[in-house]
Design a protein around this ligand. Structure first.
Ligand code: 4AD
Length: 466
């Protein structure tokens, strides 16, 4: 095959060399009949390709053909790399290509529901353009999501999903290096695991069933089966009617469950080292991706400590109280209080990533282990980025009769989860784990304000298509 060059790899080191690229024709501009400029985009990178009529290589017909291309058509360009005297406006690469050959591989329709250049502008760029009276279309979220295949072509979106892939990979690699086993638990299940109402019900060959709200019960059963340490990456389904910036009806859960030898801090230690590894990797190895996101959605780099801050729920409540925010010391924190606490923590400890633990037992799921020294609290934790929850986790109850009584106390009909409870009757070790919402991690790391931006084809209470 021929040698292809990535648009993002085009630089001055390739000056005077012949290259072959494939991308989409982002913009096409003619200057008279003898020159045409085609900006070619591939992933997050753009380069200007210049066609100049000359006797041997570029005919006037070829320039005409180039200017007749429709935007977003797929094209192959062969040409020679040249270094212009100054950076070309609106492209990411420092070099140009002097075109020798140009082929259209597949033509896009002439009228597109979204103009990618418009969709890729930052708020600041939009305001500037409006100031000078430039005609442009603001692309709202519904239009973007209705035309997601086009919307996903913006450099920021290309970068968001590459970042997401990296996080998933590091999650797996880190846990594999710590002797965790990757597992897959069923998504077609008989009942809820995180709370009764919010499940998608379905008919399983005449039996009532639903889509799994989390791998919770099954990942614990795998621990009962003697796997020691497990993780899962998979879809999680929540039918809750939360139409907010951070709730989806289907999201990707990164789940962990592990034996505890002495203390549930062993679970928190995994969270700490896993996330410091993830954040370091993103900052050190994904600069180009972060730049592409930053260009459209400017954000400040996440502040995190080498050793993750661990605060108790009681300490959090106290910090809020001192700041004039009263919350129920045995209740849950609402979104607003969580945000406020995030700001207080940032001021006091200079971190936007921290763990809050020892939650009141009453606000945690039935499978959560109470604190041995005070049963009003529990061996459980939430983890926050920029004041919003990305993880919840805990030590679990591994004593079967106690587990059954906890389920009953939480209003769960124990007969519906007897296989789960019985799993603990055959010898089950102390264990704990946590669940991470992948889309939330990407959203909050990048300071984005809507989880729909970090889900390829988001599912929310109002959206099932595309
Ligand atoms: O807090 P959740 O519901 O906890 C569980 O599912 C437990 N089984 C986890 C455990 O191992 N103890 O969900 C875990 C994480 C949340 O912290 C949040 O990041 C994300 O999943 N999440 C959602 N993300 C998007 N849309 C939703 N509707 C979400 N609900 C939870």
């Amino acid at each position: 095959g021929r040698k292809w060059t990535e648009v993002g790899a085009l630089d001055a080191d390739l000056a005077d060399r012949a290259v072959l690229i494939r991308g989409v024709a982002q913009t096409i501009r003619a200057v008279g009949k003898k020159i045409a400029f085609v900006v070619v985009r591939q992933f997050t990178a753009t380069v200007q390709c210049v066609l100049t009529v000359n006797e041997e290589l570029v005919s006037p017909q070829m320039v005409k053909y180039a200017t007749s291309l429709s935007r977003e058509s797929i094209i192959d360009v062969e040409g020679v790399v040249s270094v212009p005297s100054e950076q070309i406006k609106g492209t990411t690469q420092q070099v140009e290509i002097q075109v020798r050959k140009l082929y259209c591989i597949n033509r896009a329709v002439a009228s597109l529901p979204i103009n990618i250049e418009d969709a890729a502008r930052s708020e600041e760029e939009i305001k500037e353009a409006e100031k000078v009276g430039e005609k442009l279309v603001r692309v709202n979220q519904d239009t973007r999501l209705n035309n997601r295949v086009l919307d996903l072509r913006t450099p920021a979106n290309q970068a968001i999903f590459r970042l997401e892939c990296s996080i998933e990979n590091i999650f797996r690699e880190f846990l594999r290096s710590e002797d965790f086993v990757g597992i897959h638990t069923p998504k077609l299940v008989a009942g809820s695991s995180e709370g009764g109402a919010a499940v998608f019900k379905l008919d399983y060959k005449g039996q009532p069933a639903c889509l799994a709200q989390s791998p919770q019960l099954y990942k614990q059963m795998v621990i009962c089966a003697g796997f020691g340490r497990v993780f899962e990456v998979g879809p999680v389904f929540r039918a809750e009617d939360s139409f907010t910036h951070r709730h989806l009806c289907e999201f990707i859960g990164l789940d962990v469950e592990m034996e505890i030898k002495e203390h549930y801090f062993e679970v928190i230690d995994i969270v700490d080292r896993l996330f410091v590894t993830i954040f370091d990797y993103l900052n050190e190895k994904c600069k180009k991706l972060l730049d592409a996101i930053n260009k459209q959605y400017p954000f400040s780099p996440l502040k995190y400590l080498r050793k993750t801050l661990l605060l108790t729920f009681e300490e959090g409540v106290k910090m809020l109280k001192v700041a004039g925010v009263e919350v129920d010391p045995l209740g849950d924190l609402n979104t607003e209080a969580e945000r406020k606490l995030g700001r207080l923590v940032l001021e006091k400890y200079d971190t936007e990533f921290y763990v809050l633990h020892r939650y009141p037992l009453a606000v945690r799921p039935f499978y959560t282990m109470p604190c041995p020294d005070n049963p009003l609290y529990s061996n459980s934790f939430d983890v926050f980025i920029r004041g919003e929850e990305i993880i919840s986790g805990a030590q679990r109850v591994h004593i079967p009769d106690f587990l059954a009584s906890r389920a009953e106390a939480c209003g769960i009909d124990v007969s519906t989860i007897s296989a789960y409870v019985d799993s603990f009757r055959y010898g089950a070790c102390p264990h704990g784990g946590f669940g991470v919402g992948l889309e939330r991690v990407v959203m909050l790391f990048c300071g984005l304000n809507n989880i729909r931006q970090t889900s390829l084809f988001p599912r929310d209470p109002q959206r099932l298509v595309p």
